[in-house]
Design a protein around this ligand. Structure first.
Ligand code: HEC
Length: 139
């Protein structure tokens, strides 16, 4: 129980950070600690992922790096929000984090092709993880 607290605070911080750039809503609470829920985290992820696509199209490596780094932080933090985890979730979360890290590195090297490939890997993990959970919400 106590171990979860710093992780949740990190999640809130990562979300606030990401929302600051993307204009997503601040988490609204209904009680307890004002923490983002998973749907809110995902909305921010979507905004950041869209920003990555735009940055790729414009060859804007600075925004690419920032967006990928933000996605990585959000994903690491969000992993602790899950009440129910499966092996497949953990796997896809790792694929996601690895491709976000690669994306940031490739943006740093100004490698447009490398960044594009990492973006595709990341997008594949979005789709794969959602497909895994579809039809199996909240058990
Ligand atoms: C490791 C698993 C995983 C990965 C990777 C992942 N998601 Fe999700 N996503 C989920 C789960 C689980 C839900 C369902 C959350 C809920 O409704 O409680 C979800 C829901 C969503 C939603 C719907 C939120 C809503 O408003 O109901 C969006 C949008 C979304 N994800 C975007 C993304 C994008 C974009 C990416 C990739 C950049 C991504 N997700 C990567 C697990 C993942």
């Amino acid at each position: 129980m106590t171990a979860a607290r710093p992780a949740l605070l990190t999640a809130a911080a990562a979300l606030a950070l990401a929302a600051g750039h993307g204009g997503a809503q601040a988490p609204k609470d209904k009680g307890d600690p004002p923490l983002p829920n998973e749907a809110q985290v995902m909305q921010v992820k979507l905004k950041r992922a869209q920003a990555v696509l735009e940055a790729l199209a414009k060859e804007d490596f600075k925004t690419l790096d920032e967006s990928a780094t933000s996605l990585l932080a959000i994903s690491k933090a969000a992993a602790f929000l899950r009440a129910y985890k499966t092996e497949e979730y953990e796997f896809q979360a790792r694929v996601f984090q690895k491709s976000a890290a690669t994306l940031a590195a490739k943006a740093g090297e100004k490698s447009l092709d490398g960044a594009t490939l990492a973006y595709l890997d990341m997008t594949r993990s979005c789709v794969a993880c959602h497909a895994h959970f579809r039809g199996r919400k909240r058990d």
